[in-house]
Write a protein that binds this ligand. Sequence first.
Ligand SMILES: Cc1cc2nc3c(=O)[nH]c(=O)nc-3n(C[C@H](O)[C@H](O)[C@H](O)COP(=O)(O)OP(=O)(O)OC[C@H]3O[C@@H](n4cnc5c(N)ncnc54)[C@H](O)[C@@H]3O)c2cc1C
Length: 410
Amino acid sequence: MVFPLDSVEDFSIALTPEHEMFRKTVRTFLEREVAPRVMEIEESDEVPRDLLRKIAEQGFLGVGIPEKYGGQGGDHRMAVIMGEEFCRVLPSLSVYFGTNELFTTPILLYGTEEQKQRYIPPIASGEKFGAFAVTEPCCGSDVAGIQTRAEKSGDKWVINGRKAFISSSDVADYFIVLARTYPPPDRKLRYLGLTFFVVERETPGFRVEQCYNKMGLHGNHACELVLEGVEVPDENRIGDEGMGFLYAMETFDRTRIGVAAQAVGMAQGAFEKAFQYVHQRQAFGVPLAYFQAVQFSLVEALAKIFTARLLTYLAAKLADEEKKEYTFVASLAKFYATEAAEEVISEAINLHGGVGVIVETGVERFLRDVKITQIYEGANNIQKLVAYRQLVRILREKGQIPEEVAKLLT
Ligand SMILES: Cc1cc2nc3c(=O)[nH]c(=O)nc-3n(C[C@H](O)[C@H](O)[C@H](O)COP(=O)(O)OP(=O)(O)OC[C@H]3O[C@@H](n4cnc5c(N)ncnc54)[C@H](O)[C@@H]3O)c2cc1C
């Protein structure tokens, strides 16, 4: 029953009154400051700077960052609650937290004290924004295949390459860039030789090029980056040379809990709109909710939202407790929540009938937004591969799978 966790107690999500108080604070802020501006942001595809400033003033941008570096020192559950609440109202706003977290995580895990002091506090306060540049036109899922190169020249590194789909890059001040610094020793070890560097926006040779016109997450932009002879000092290298692939995977292990939370929030937002609608709209002389087919649809959607939320909170709680199984649960949460959310949102549109596809109704945008969560930070196929490998690793460590079988499968 507890497989692959050790105890049934591990299934507790252990939320506290502080988590609930925080949730209410975030919701009140969103209802007051963001809800009235959703259509304006959706149509203009721009988040007004004053809104980002207000979000920063609330301390929301520092929630998951340790107090020592100017953050609120909140746990993963708090970050998940915040992501969910933001996505219930306007998902694109949560991408700014997401990219900040992608930027800060490798620095917090592997950076020097000096790097942490330099780059983390301005992100926590909202004075600066971060972006995470791994994907290239050639390679998204195949991270080890990237072609950006960094070559050592004295005590500097010279970076050349092109990055694609980099979220928040039009507003970001700091970029964490993955580049190949030496060729892979062999095909099996091609994940070695990649290294992370921090590149600041004003560095000569660095520029942000076209931002894409994408189907969803309006208000946050994904753009291409060009790096032509970009020179950074060795102090900007994060962690050990050649270990960037592993750092990127460890970062995704943490941040994918946030993507699952995004999907839960989007499903919740669409569900609430549908729930309200079917109790108001009359057909055949009764509210739509009178029909059993509609009732079935509502409770099936709720079951999916609850399941996705519980998995997501469970991953966050296991991460808070530093249980190694959290990475596996985070992978399950990411693909389950993003797929379940698409089903819930699609049904929420159906329940609205014709007005469901009208932009002003405000429900169809969730479907456009949720599609992206199935692709970024590990497309769901990759997510399932990762989940299976993580499961095998856990079972191998526990001696529950023969060593030679585990070796073959990982
Ligand atoms: C809006 C948006 C924002 C993004 N933001 C960022 C960002 O901030 N930073 C960043 O670095 N990247 C970002 N990305 C890139 C994103 O992470 C990649 O798009 C994603 O990893 C998929 O890579 P790809 O697009 O190259 O697809 P591909 O890798 O070409 O994959 C295409 C399809 O093939 C499947 N596939 C690939 N390999 C396998 C396999 N081995 N087994 C089974 N199926 C497989 C995939 O699941 C997918 O369905 C963003 C993408 C989008 C759309």
